[in-house]
Design a protein around this ligand. Structure first.
Ligand code: FES
Length: 162
């Protein structure tokens, strides 16, 4: 389980920075350690790193966005991928996506407040005959409908959805 969001957590960030001798050339290592601790790179942490290493914040953001391994947003416990490729699209993928967005009250690339789900879209999951496909944590659910997707989400929910 990743640590909670900071604010008063600067000592932890400072300890990470200190571990690398407060040296700019270890910026990537520092960011990796922060991501390992929180599951993403919280804004407050990046601001602190900028201050301590005396690097412009914008430079840290450009490193953080360049490497795919870094995430600037918190990630939920379960990652949902909704396929919007042509085959899935013609079979109603948008309706399924709309239903998920409404049920979870998030948009694509967002995470639910309870940190349980992150919603993503993809262009093809390689199982077009079974479209529309929704993948959760790598498991494929085929022939999705708005009704079916609701019961699939329930399996992964922390608390029962109404
Ligand atoms: S288009 Fe959706 S799996 Fe290929």
């Amino acid at each position: 389980m990743h640590g909670e969001l900071l604010s008063k957590d600067f000592p932890a960030i400072d300890a990470i920075i200190k571990k690398y001798g407060e040296r700019k050339e270890f910026l990537i290592c520092i960011l990796q350690d922060i991501q390992a601790r929180y599951g993403y790179l919280p804004k407050e942490a990046l601001t602190r790193v900028a201050e301590k290493l005396d690097i412009p914040l914008i430079q840290i953001y450009s490193v953080a966005t360049f490497f795919k391994a870094f995430s600037l947003r918190p990630k939920g416990g379960h990652t949902i991928h909704v396929c919007l490729g042509t085959a899935c699209h013609v079979r109603g993928a948008e309706r399924v996506l709309g239903k998920i967005k409404r049920d979870l009250d998030i948009n694509v690339d967002e995470t639910t407040k309870d940190m349980n789900f992150t919603l993503k879209t993809v262009n093809c999951l390689g199982a077009c005959a079974l479209g529309p496909i929704v993948e959760i944590d790598g498991k494929h659910y085929g022939n999705m409908t708005t009704v079916k997707v609701e019961s699939v989400l329930k399996k992964y929910s922390i608390k029962k959805m109404e």
